[in-house]
Design a protein around this ligand. Sequence first.
Ligand SMILES: [Zn+2]
Length: 95
Amino acid sequence: MTIETKTTIQLSDLTTVEFECKNCRAIVSWPIDVAKNPPTVCPCRTDQPWMVHGGQQFVEIVDLIHLLRKLSKADKELFALRFALKTPPAVAQKL
Ligand SMILES: [Zn+2]
C-alpha cells in the first residue's frame, strides 16, 4: 500500500504576506489584512531594488494581495478553494 501525503492550503489559511531577500535573508512581512504595497528594496542592497515602485510587478503584487484578502473572506461560498503544495518525493511512503 502506498500512502501519499498531500498538503493543501486554502485562502482563509493565509495570515501573512512575506518577502525574503535572496541576498541577506532579511524578511519583511505584514498581516494580510493590512498589507498593501510590496517593499521595493532591501536595506542590504539599496543599489539593486527588488522592483520599481508602480512598475508591472509591483502592480501585480498589489493586485494579488488585494485579491487574496478579498477571496480569503469569501466564506459564504458553497465550496472551498485550495492549492496543493509541492511535495518532495521522500514524503511519499510505502507501507
Ligand atoms: Zn537583503
